[in-house]
Ligand binder design. Sequence first.
Ligand code: F6P
Length: 359
Amino acid sequence: MKKIGIMTTGGDCSGLNTVIQRLYRGASLRGWQVIGVLDGTDGLCETPPRIIKFNDETLPIEAARLAGSFLHSGRVQALNFETAAKSGKIDRFNKQLRKSLLDLKLDAMVLIGGNGSLSLAWCNKEIYTGLQLVCIPKTIDMDIPLTDKTIGFNTAVQQLTSFCDQLMLTARSHHRWFVTQTMGRECGQLALNAGIAIGATAILIPEIKFDVDALIRHIKSAPTDYGIILVSEGISLRGHSGRPADMISRKLTAAGIVNRTAYPEHTQRVGDTTAADRILAARMADCALHAIENNETYVMTAIKDCTCKTVSLQDFFESGSITADPHIPDVKTSDAYVSPDDPLLDIATDLGIYIGESK
Ligand code: F6P
C-alpha cells in the first residue's frame, strides 16, 4: 500500500478541488492512503505538519467543482520560500520541509502548483529525495512551459468572458468604451483568449508592442461607438506609471474617446469549474496516479498534442524562459509566453481586432 500526500501552492484557481477529489478517489480505489497538506509548504514546515486525512466525507463529489483550494494555499506572512529567503532562513526552512516529509513517511507527493512553485520544487529537489514528486500544473496565467493546458485557465477565460459580456451591454447603452484589465502576469494568454471570445475591439498583451496612436485610430474607425479594450496587467507604457488600464484610459480620454475602466480582479480565479477544466483535472489526476504506479519522480503532467503524459521537471524548467523571480531573492522561475506563432494572433487580426504593431 502506498501513502501519498497532496498539496496546493501559490495563487488559487478553479479546478483545484476537482484535481484533489479525483486524486483521492483514484488513490483509494488502488487501496492507497491519502493525506492532504494544509496551506502548502507553510503547513508542511510546521511541527507536526498540518495535514488532513481524506475520506469520502471530507471532499464530496458535489463540492469538487467549487473554486478555491480545499487544502488552502498558504498565508502571506507565514514562513515560506519567499519570507524565508527574505529573512535569511532558507536553509532552516528547507531542512524543516525535508524533516516533515520524512516524518510523514510518504511514498509520493503530488504538488499542484504554478510555474513559481514548480520551479522552486526543481531548484530545491533534494527536499524530495527518497519519495516520488509528481506535479500538476495549475494557473489562470497559462505561463507554464511544456504544457498546452493548465488547470483553472479555461474557467478564468469563461469568468472574464461573462464579465465582459455584461459590460458590453452597458457600454452599448451609453455609447462608450470599457478599458478592462485582465490578470495574467507577464503572459497575455488570458487576455488573448477572452478577447477573441467576446469580440474585443483591441487586445493589448505584454508580448506585442503597441502604438497608442494606432489604437486610437482603430477605435475611432470601429463600426461601433462602444466596445471593450482588453488590457493585460503585464503591459507597460513608456513614460507612464500606474495601472495599465488607467494609463490607456487616460490616453483615450485625451483623444476624446469616452471610456471607463473595469477590473474583474480575483473573479477571474473563481467561479464554478467549467466542464473543460473538470475533464482536464480528471485527466491530469489519472496521469499523476499512473506516474506514481510507474515509480516516476520529478515529473509534471502535461497536455501535448491532445495527449496527457508526464514530462520531466528538468525539461519543464529548462525549456522555458528562465528569469529572476520578482518576489524571492536568488530564485529563478521558468516562464512561458504567447508565442509569435500562436494562431489566435492571426485570427484576432483577421477579425479586425487591434492586437499591436509587431509579433
Ligand atoms: O498568478 C496568478 C495571479 O492571479 C496573477 O494573474 C495575478 O497577477 C496574481 O496572481 C494576483 O496575486 P494576488 O492574489 O496575490 O493578488
